[in-house]
Structures are given as structure tokens and as C-alpha cells.
Ligand binder design. Structure first.
Ligand SMILES: [Zn+2]
Length: 323
């Protein structure tokens, strides 16, 4: 498969390893603090699926999960099977942007330590929980030698996604306020879809690889969104994906494509997360959509992990500067 793909534009694939407890915590469900986890079953399953497709990707790991003994064996498999690890914060709090620089630094370094201890690999990239980011965060990443940030989702649809997510929740006003930038800020929609260089200050520069949304329209097309569309019609879903691919190629954008565990875990296996979109679909249906989507994407792009993609973007130069 890889041979056939040679000569195609390079693109990257990543998976945010959000765990059961982190969805419950963000949604305001009780019991999250006993850290219910599906990593021991999910990780071996997704690694097998990726092997079948001959793909090596980047897993963004949450520090809290790496710190717990019971997840160690599963997390270790990620690097043993040739994949890359990235940092997805320690507590997975989508309100990370409200924290002081000191606290952000502690979160990032603590997560990094545990991820390194368990997987033997130091993360080169960071993705904010729930697409949360701030100028202080970018500074911390630069000061600690990160090669890239990938926390921004350039879309205007975040407020809609947020409304959907919190439709059935009993959160207090204070907690709702804390979460009011989950899935990003409306203004993030103004940011470029194409990777660029952040000019954080006169001496600080950092590569940003935004999670790719459809150029011009700026609507997301990562697997969670496509699964949602597939509930209405498979042809609608494929049409939407083909439009995304067409516009990426037209604007010379090499996408970074995003996956989540809930894109593959069958709803019947996880009653606690039934509030999440597409949790009425079973594992077979989800893997079917996953395979269809990857099949379309790999017709046009050669997928690698994120730091390989980042290195190529930096080597090619001509990236736009953003202040
Ligand atoms: Zn996440």
C-alpha cells in the first residue's frame, strides 16, 4: 500500500486518546474521578486496524492516563508497534486556556514525564484538550522544545457543537462558563486552515498544524463528524469527504486527519457515554465507516505521523507567518 502511495502529497493522521473519564468529566457526569478507562481494550484493537491498513500515526496521550499503572501495558504497545506519541495535557481540561502560564507549564511537563516513562518516547507535539489554546501555552511549548502545536480547529461551528454536547447536562452556570470554549472559539474560524508559523514574540516561533477543516467553508470533516453524517446517508458522507479532499488539493493543503476512540467503540459497549453523537452505532458499522473514509483519503494522500509531516512542512519553508 505504501509503495503505491509514493509520489502522493504527504498528510498526517493522529488519534486523540480521550478516555471514558475525560468525556464524563467534561460533560459533568459523576464517577469520572475513579478514572474509568477503555484503553486496555481499545488500544490493541486500534493498533490491529492500523496494521491492516499499513499506517503509522501519532497518538496524543493524556498525562493522567499515563500516570495510572493499569494503563501502562496498553500505552507501551503504541511505541512498540512503531507509532508516535504526542502530549494531550495532563488533566484533559478544555478550559486549559484559563490557566496561568505556570500551571500550563506544570501540566505539560508532568504529562510529558509520564508519557516518556511509559512509552520511552518524548512527545514532539501538543494538542490542547477540546482544542483549547492560549498565547501562554504557545510560549510554554516553544520554551520546552516542542516542534509543533496542533490545538487549533479553524471552524465557525464550535458553538453549535458545544450546544449539542451540553444539551442534556446538569452543569452549574459557573461550570458552563468554564467550558464555553470547548471545541474552540468562534474566532478560531478566522484562523488559516493551512499550517503556519506562529510569531509568538520577536524571538519565539512555533509551527502550527491546525486540525484540517474544509478550506473556505471551514467545517470540520474529522471522523466524528463523518460518522454523524453517515447516520443520514453514506453517500452524503462520502460526498462531503470528497469535497473536503478536492478543496484541500485545490488550495495545496496537506491535511492532518483526526481520529478519536469513540469513532470506533460501539455504543452498546459504553452506555455511560450515550450522550455522545453517533453512540447509537455499533462497532461493525463504525469500522465500516472508518475503512471507507481511510480508503478515500489514501487514494489522494500518503499518510505519515505528525512529526514527519511537521519536519517536511518546515523543510519546504514558504509557510505563512501569523502574529
Ligand atoms: Zn481530547
Amino acid at each position: 500500500m505504501i509503495e503505491k502511495n509514493k509520489g502522493m502529497p504527504l498528510a498526517s493522521l493522529s488519534l486523540d486518546l480521550d478516555n471514558q473519564w475525560s468525556y464524563m468529566k467534561t460533560h459533568g457526569n459523576l464517577g469520572w474521578d475513579s478514572y474509568p478507562s477503555y484503553l486496555n481494550t481499545f488500544i490493541p484493537l486500534v493498533l490491529d486496524l492500523l496494521d491492516q491498513l499499513n499506517l503509522k500515526i501519532t497518538f496524543f496521550i493524556v498525562g493522567q492516563d499515563a500516570a495510572l499503572k493499569e494503563n501502562e501495558d496498553a500505552l507501551k504497545l503504541i511505541t512498540e508497534r512503531g507509532h508516535e506519541v504526542g502530549n494531550h495535557s495532563f488533566y484533559h481540561e478544555p478550559w486549559l486556556h484559563l490557566s496561568s502560564k505556570d500551571r500550563i507549564k506544570r501540566e505539560i511537563l508532568e504529562a510529558e514525564d509520564h508519557i516518556y516513562r511509559v512509552t520511552g518516547q518524548k512527545p514532539k507535539g501538543f494538542r490542547g484538550p477540546g482544542f483549547s489554546w492560549s498565547p501562554d501555552l504557545l510560549e510554554v511549548l516553544f520554551e520546552n522544545g516542542y516542534m509543533y502545536d496542533t490545538s487549533i480547529l479553524p471552524t465557525y461551528l464550535s458553538p453549535v457543537a458545544r450546544m449539542y454536547y451540553f444539551w442534556n447536562t446538569n452543569l452549574t452556570k459557573e461550570k458552563k462558563d468554564q467550558r464555553k470554549r470547548l471545541f474552540g472559539n468562534f474566532k478560531d474560524g478566522l484562523k488559516p486552515v493551512k499550517p503556519y508559523i506562529w510569531h509568538i514574540s520577536t524571538e519565539m516561533r512555533l509551527l502550527e498544524i491546525p486540525v484540517t477543516t474544509i478550506p473556505i467553508i471551514k467545517s470540520p470533516f474529522h471522523l466524528s463528524y463523518l460518522l454523524y453524517l453517515s447516520r443520514f446517508s453514506d453517500s452524503l458522507m462520502i460526498f462531503y469527504l470528497k469535497l473536503a479532499i478536492y478543496l484541500c488539493k485545490l488550495f495545496d493543503i496537506t491535511p492532518t486527519y483526526l481520529l478519536h476512540p469513540l469513532d470506533l467503540i460501539g455504543g452498546n459497549k459504553l452506555k455511560e457515554l450515550s450522550f455522545f453523537p453517533a453512540m447509537d452505532l455499533d462497532f461493525k458499522r463504525k469500522t465500516d465507516v472508518f475503512n471507507k473514509v481511510i480508503n478515500q483519503l489514501t487514494k489522494h494522500f500518503h499518510f505519515v505521523n505528525m512529526s514527519t509531516h511537521a519536519k517536511l512542512l518546515l523543510a519546504n519553508g514558504n509557510l505563512k507567518n501569523v502574529k
